[in-house]
Design a protein around this ligand. Sequence first.
Ligand code: BG6
Length: 499
Amino acid sequence: MIIFGAGGDLTKRLLVPALYNLATTHLLPERFALIGVDLADVTVDAWRDSLHKMMESFVGKVGSESKIDKVDDDIWGRLTRNISYVRGDLIDAGLYETLKSHLGGLEKDTGGNCLFYLAVADRFFGPVVTHVGKAGLFDEQLDHDGKPTRWRRVVIEKPFGHDEASARELNQAILRCAAEHQIFRIDHFLGKETVQNIMALRFANGMFEPLWNRDRIDHVQITVAETVGVETRGRFYEKTGALRDMVPNHVFQLLAMVAMEPPAGFDAQAVRNRKTDVFSALHTVDPKDVVRGQYGAGPDGAVAYRDERDVDPASSTETYVAMRLSIDNWRWAGVPFYLRTGKHMSHRFSEIAIRFKPAPYAPFEDTNVAALPPNWLLLDIQPDEGIALQFEVKRPGAVVDLAAVRMAFRYDDWFAREPNIGYETLIYDVMTGDQTLFNRADMVEETWRVVQPVLDAWSRNEAEGFPNYASGSDGPEAANALLERDGRAWRPVGPSKGR
Ligand code: BG6
């Protein structure tokens, strides 16, 4: 595994801990070599030590990316038995010649399969893939059936492009050097257990599917709320914003899991075809159906976005976005999907909430029951993973009244947790060649198409009234108006009180 961007945050915080967890669960190949590539002039020992230090910083820390009790010497030894570091400039062809001879030297130990991981800024995606290709490092060896006996694969992080045209261009550039089956466009939300579990919930159970359509579902709300701000990423975030950072990628992945048709099989092609159908059926968003927000200061000394490091004091970049989407197909015609995501909100909380239509008739006249509250199916993604169904029962007592109750399933109540930071499954899938949880070229292009009119409109008009929500709140007032217009309301951000 060759990591471009060996000294970066992603490598230290997520990739190496994920590899460590794979080594713990014996899912790392016996013949494994880790090669770091970066510009810094450091020795392999210094690189390895910096990775180890980061792992140690996670020990016993609740809420850190990786929860471990100690860094086990034996596991660490297995992971770093064959570690090396290649220094070089990513845009210098010479680096790739050096890398080529380095990989050649490792071939007898590893068998020659190569996983290139691009943990680098997005402007390097095209150039690195092009150089790797030109150096002949994507050449696979195939058997008689065309299956690779020596594979070459590349993982490309997000952001994959910054709009529809740039995503298309990037696809064209990388497809000139590598074939689609070698390209793994990663979205780490797909490594989250609950996200994958939506498919199990829908397609391994007979009881939900008959309800899963416009006849029974009133609307769907998808919330991805974060308490963190932009922290040290001001420079990146200023030109990215919440829409580009979260919506066409992470949030749309959640939407696709809910909205896709049942695939004919669970292979990559079948699943990705059905997801692509959803993205293609998504109506291009009307900017009038979108609200943008930016956080101001808040309690406990929370600073306003405009006061963050590397941020323009008059910045128009949004840190919050909410939108109404519709899907133009038979299953979902007339069922709005409302999405919202933001930073510095009241809770770290991701949920997909499916609201069912009310009972067709309420035979409760002359009782305390004034209106029938809705039924909800709640898919909790984080921090607590689980699934809950909210429905009405009779409140105990002589008078007839109703109360909302929940049947709730929590992952933690049923299963022991494997150490998991979300990247393990995805890295394992790349090693085994399973593309089910990765984006295909057409998928990323479709998702950018959907939001493109909003990007265009916002680039023409500066945001007004920023900041428009306080840090620690649930977002701007205008987001409430977006649903009120349709006679609906957002669910509270955060785990519901009560049982
Ligand atoms: C990243 C975004 O892709 O996802 C970040 O760039 C965001 O801004 C993060 O905070 C959220 O991921 P998670 O797994 O922490 O919910």
